[in-house]
Design a protein around this ligand. Sequence first.
Ligand SMILES: [Zn+2]
Ligand SMILES: [Zn+2]
Length: 173
Amino acid sequence: MQSSTIIELDRLSLYHGEGTRLELPVPIGALRLGGQAYEPSPDPVRARLDVSRPNRGYAFHLRFALRVEGPCMRCLEAAGIETEVEAREIDQQEAEDEELRSPYVDEQNELDLGRWAHDAAILTLPARILCRADCAGLCPVCGLSLNDSDPADHEHGSAPDPRWAKLDELKLD
Ligand SMILES: [Zn+2]
Ligand SMILES: [Zn+2]
């Protein structure tokens, strides 16, 4: 379930040239990456949002720290990383140029901070979340973890049991 945290920009009553800083809890929900779900903690994260109002529209700067936990992408053991999320958006309602419109601000001048924080967290995560940098992954023949196991135990010969062939297709790396 994706929760929403909506900021009504008009209610901030900012004049052009002004800005404000909000510190608020933002629920971001599970993050899907590589077909797996990664749980953020804390959730809600403690976010800091700077909103400023230049001559046109709004500019936003979002920052928060989080830890995510989920399966190692090679061996499926528990893995986790800490990261700092930092993202910026601008929105100029009158602009013709799509680059100047934020996908997180709607016509009612409401900023969907929950969705933005969720997306920004996913973009910040590394492409691979591993239990350790040199994770050896799973043996393609027997499917056991190659971490901390003797390579000699995995000399399965040249004709592996065909029943295990499926594991080759499931191999993550
Ligand atoms: Zn691993
Ligand atoms: Zn093996």
